[in-house]
Ligand binder design. Structure first.
Ligand SMILES: [Cu+2]
Length: 225
């Protein structure tokens, strides 16, 4: 007969594994997904090798990143590197986004400079939420053109996004730290922005358009620096 302690331990394990932090629907991740390792930089517990990984086409004039968050708030960093083992040299490909509300969250048309065409990279998606920093990766081939947003690019009825800033996330660019080992306890990792445009999901299609137009302006300023 199992002891009370082992029952409690099992329950705790189950609760932990059910708490997925965040998952990625598009593009396909370097997997398998492991919630227990998701706080391990830069790829949620995986040690990628660009030389052997199959890569997914990502269109430079617009392609989607779709995630699902179990927390009620996160800021997001989307960064890429040509470093084969994802050990540094990170470039930001989109502005820092603040997500309010748990659930599906998709940026339908992320665009990058044409100079990226032909590059094979590791995309690292970093979430900064209430329990710290979380990571997932995907291997990408940047290709010409624009993609139609996949069917799994959608937004929950409760989620909204706006541009924000997050000094701890931007510190992970360039040859800064690949990830943060900062303990989530003690500090308050969530800074709710006071300014910026906020788009409300009034149907995923309309929202996508608003988001894209707003992001274009910010992308220009980010990449012009
Ligand atoms: Cu979490």
């Amino acid at each position: 007969m199992p002891s009370l302690l082992s029952l409690a331990a099992s329950a705790l394990l189950l609760a932990r594994s059910l708490h997925a932090h965040f998952t990625v629907q598009h593009p396909p991740i370097i997997g398998p997904f492991n919630a227990e390792e998701e706080d391990s930089a830069p790829c949620g517990g995986h040690s990628p090798d660009l030389n052997t990984l199959p890569a997914n086409d990502f269109h430079v004039d617009g392609d989607a990143i779709a995630t699902t968050l179990t927390h009620s708030q996160s800021t997001w960093l989307y960064r890429v590197t040509t470093d084969a083992t994802a050990s540094g040299n990170w470039t930001q490909i989109w502005g820092i986004v603040d997500q309010q509300g748990a659930g599906a969250f998709c940026i339908p048309q992320i665009s990058v400079p044409h100079s990226f065409i032909g590059q094979k990279v590791i995309l690292s998606i970093v979430s900064h939420a209430t329990d710290g920093f979380l990571y997932q990766c995907s291997a990408l081939n940047f290709v010409e053109g624009i993609a139609t947003a996949p069917s799994d690019c959608r937004n929950g009825s409760n989620t909204q996004g706006s541009f924000s800033s997050d000094a701890e996330l931007t510190a992970m660019l360039g040859d800064g730290p690949v990830g943060s080992s900062a303990s989530p306890s003690g500090s308050s990792p969530t800074d709710v922005p006071s300014g910026g445009t906020t788009t409300k999901p009034g149907g995923s299609e309309g929202r996508g358009v608003v988001f894209t137009v707003g992001l274009m302006a910010v992308l220009g300023s980010v990449l012009a620096v």
